[in-house]
Write a protein that binds this ligand. Structure first.
Ligand code: NDP
Ligand code: GDR
Length: 324
């Protein structure tokens, strides 16, 4: 492993998307070097996908310029994916500085390290639909920006950095603006996983309640595993262009709750409580994307429904709960 030249470098390889992306690249025969902040990274996701032995992970902090510079100089990757972030919108309200550092400082470090070393490959940045806030109609890449959280602010700043380095320095840097995408690897604090685990607890103990925030929030949901293919399509395009990855299909939190509880043969109204304490300040009620440009330019479109993803997540969580 030590001085082998790597095809692909992934910052944030231990997360949901980093794991699926690594698996997809490895399956295509590419060698993957992952970066984690930790020298004892949590490899549960990589283990789950049976790729722990097929990926090399090194320690590095993307918020430290020297770390990034050294990694690029030493490993000379052909392509870089930056998926690393404090990725929870909810947490970003309590940790705005950490969130900004993990996204904005990270992006400028990576762009600068690539500029200085005359990096010729593509640098993909995981942007977020949260930059569009409330979408009056399905968001396109030109839609109005509407910042409603420290997380969205950081993602917007980085999106501009990535675009500016492409335009000023001809760096091959590009952003994929991703709408919500879920999977069995989704961290437990995100709403789909919280609903599924909560519903399973209610099934095991009928007296249990599940406290959620605003049930009327509408989002555009998709499948994480599939979106990592869209990410590659954007990064490998002959003409680099910032693109939106979404399903174009809107569902409310109440819809997700209904699908999950129905799947487990329960009536959600007997268990779910909407608690004002869990509402987010100033949150966009509706966020939906328009998938047409990505399909037109790169012939990529989402095919897997959120119902299908939720079904897989439920099966996975049921299996886990029986193991424990
Ligand atoms: P995860 O939270 O699952 O993974 C992100 C990874 O970033 C972690 O595994 C962690 O790896 C690393 N990281 C770096 N700094 C921090 C920090 N301060 N706190 C926590 N983790 C940190 O994210 P996803 O895989 O879901 O998302 C990948 C990227 O795509 C992120 O940038 C996210 O903002 C963006 N995105 C995701 C969407 C989604 O719906 N999932 C939608 C839109 C954008 P380690 O500990 O090993 O360093
Ligand atoms: P979020 O995802 O970090 O907002 O964005 P999350 O799953 O936490 O929230 C999705 C929506 O559900 C609403 N909601 C609740 N959310 C949580 N966590 N807990 C609750 O009890 C609850 N009740 C309602 C939220 O208010 C929100 O509207 C995700 C992340 O992956 C980001 O990185 C990414 O950029 C965006 O998706 C697009």
């Amino acid at each position: 492993f030590e001085h082998m030249i790597r095809d692909v470098l992934i910052f944030g390889c231990t997360g949901q998307d980093g794991s699926y992306l690594s698996k997809s690249l490895i399956n295509k025969g590419l060698s993957v070097l992952g970066v984690s902040r930790s020298d004892k990274p949590n490899v549960d996701n990589l283990h789950e996908l049976s790729i722990v032995d097929k990926i090399q992970i090194i320690q590095g902090d993307i918020t430290i310029f020297k770390d990034v510079q050294k990694i690029i100089a030493k490993h000379k990757p052909k392509i870089i994916y930056n998926l690393s972030a404090q990725s929870s919108v909810g947490i970003s309200f309590k940790k705005p500085y950490l969130t900004s550092k993990s996204i904005v400082d990270a992006t400028i470090n990576l762009l600068e390290a690539c500029r200085i070393s005359d990096f010729q490959g593509t640098i993909f940045f995981a942007g977020s639909s949260e930059i569009y806030g409330e979408t009056k109609e399905a968001a396109t890449i030109q839609s109005r920006i509407d910042i409603r959280s420290p997380y969205a602010l950081a993602k917007y700043q980085s999106y501009l950095q990535v675009k500016a380095y492409r335009e000023i320095y001809n760096l091959k840097s590009v952003t994929g603006i991703l709408f919500n995408h879920e999977s069995p690897l989704r961290n437990k604090n995100f709403v789909t996983q919280k609903i599924i685990n909560g519903a399973i607890e209610c099934m095991q103990d009928k007296s249990k309640a599940l406290k959620l925030g605003n049930l009327n929030i509408v989002r555009d949901w998709g499948c994480a595993e599939e979106y990592t293919e869209g990410i590659q399509a954007i990064a490998n395009a002959t003409q680099l262009k910032d693109q939106i990855i979404c399903s174009g299909k809107a569902k409310s939190i109440k819809d997700i709750v209904t699908i999950v509880f129905n799947n487990l043969n329960m009536n959600w109204e007997e268990h779910v409580i909407s608690d004002k304490i869990l509402f987010r300040e100033n949150e966009a009620n509706i966020s939906i994307g328009n998938p047409n440009l990505l399909e037109k330019d790169l012939q990529w479109k989402a095919k897997i429904t959120i119902e299908n993803v939720l079904e897989r997540m439920i099966q996975h969580s049921l299996k886990q709960s029986k193991l424990n």
